[in-house]
Write a new protein. Structure first.
Lengths: 238, 92
């Protein structure tokens, strides 16, 4: 029983191993970039776009909409990062139904790398938005006593992000492997269907959580001056 | 019972206990969340979009405790580090 596709070595040159995680990451990257390039070759602004262009437009518009709803800010700055995370995870999870494809998100190294990207992106967006001192001040925000807890929270949420995605995808593949030996043919198909659903939900959740963390680092400044105005505003809406 | 058998037995029993107890809590939590979300949607159908999105995110966060337990029990059964160490010592 393999817990991670890291152990599947496809090609080996001397000390360099090309394991399944890297190979299938490259495959997913090639699929995403190639498909996007192919579609945008014949991009039109007429009333009748091709069906593939339509698909991409729906995807981008949907992601922009979700980011705007979650962060309450203009989605333009966050779309490249959050959208890439979502598309990569979603496509590698969905391709898991293809026989022979090992989802790279089922390896802790991939998910840890993605979570590290989020760990780096949160301070970056925060510093761009409120300056170095302004961002560092958020760590001592309620009182100075909270400094260790804020730092601890930063680390634990990164670990949680990585292990959550890894555990979900890995449990799907392992359950399928175990169930094939118990009830062949029928039950694995159902589990694959369930895996499609949870794979997409996990991709969505990874992207939304990354957006929530980034929004928490950036939004406080834009809201602070008009806090009372906002409060009365939202009360009026209710 | 020798060391290897003892470690194997303890690992398997612990893995079972981990996933049993670890899935109990999140199950209760998710049930409460779903019930509350359904009640909220019934009260305010207009807000169902926001409620559903928050529901999914919170379900995933609640479920991650169960996933941690699952990962720990899988490690205990399939890639137990202590087991490997005892085997390495025994091979010497």
């Amino acid at each position: 029983m393999r817990l991670t596709p890291d152990e599947v070595v496809i090609v080996q040159w001397g000390v360099l191993h090309l394991n399944a995680t890297i190979a299938f990451t490259w495959l997913v990257m090639a699929v995403v970039v190639g498909a996007a390039r192919l579609v945008t070759l014949r991009v039109t602004s007429t009333d009748t776009p091709s069906r593939w262009q339509n698909l991409l437009e729906v995807l981008v518009a949907g992601m922009r909409n979700q980011i705007r709803q979650v962060s309450q800010q203009d989605p333009g700055r966050y779309l490249p990062f959050i959208g890439t995370l979502f598309l990569f995870i979603a496509i590698s999870n969905v391709l898991a139904v293809v026989p022979g494809f090992i989802p790279p998100t089922g390896s802790l190294s991939t998910t840890a790398a993605l979570a590290l990207c989020v760990l780096v992106a949160v301070p970056l967006y925060g510093i761009v938005d409120r300056g170095v001192l302004g961002y560092l001040r958020t760590y001592v925000q309620p009182t100075f006593l909270m400094l260790p807890f804020n730092i601890l929270g930063e680390i634990t949420r990164t670990v949680a992000l990585a292990v959550r995605l890894y555990g979900n995808v890995m449990s799907g593949t392992i359950l399928a492997a175990i169930l094939i030996s118990i009830i062949p043919f029928f039950l694995p198909v159902l589990m694959q269907l369930l895996g499609l659903l949870t794979g997409l939900i996990q991709a969505y959740i990874f992207a939304v959580l990354a957006m929530v963390y980034i929004a928490a680092a950036t939004r406080a400044r834009t809201r602070e001056p008009e806090d009372t105005a906002n409060a009365t505003d939202s009360n009026a809406h209710q | 019972m020798d060391n290897i058998g003892l470690i194997g037995a303890v690992s398997i029993v612990t893995a079972g206990l981990t996933i049993a107890i670890g899935s109990l809590g999140p199950a209760f939590g998710e049930a409460r969340t779903a019930a509350q979300a359904l009640a909220s949607i019934a009260q305010q159908p207009d807000e169902s979009n926001t409620i559903t999105r928050t529901l999914f995110v919170s379900l995933a966060m609640i479920e991650s405790t169960a996933i941690y337990c699952f990962v720990v029990s899988m490690i205990l059964i399939f890639t137990n580090p202590i087991w490997d160490r005892v085997l390495a010592i025994a091979a010497k």
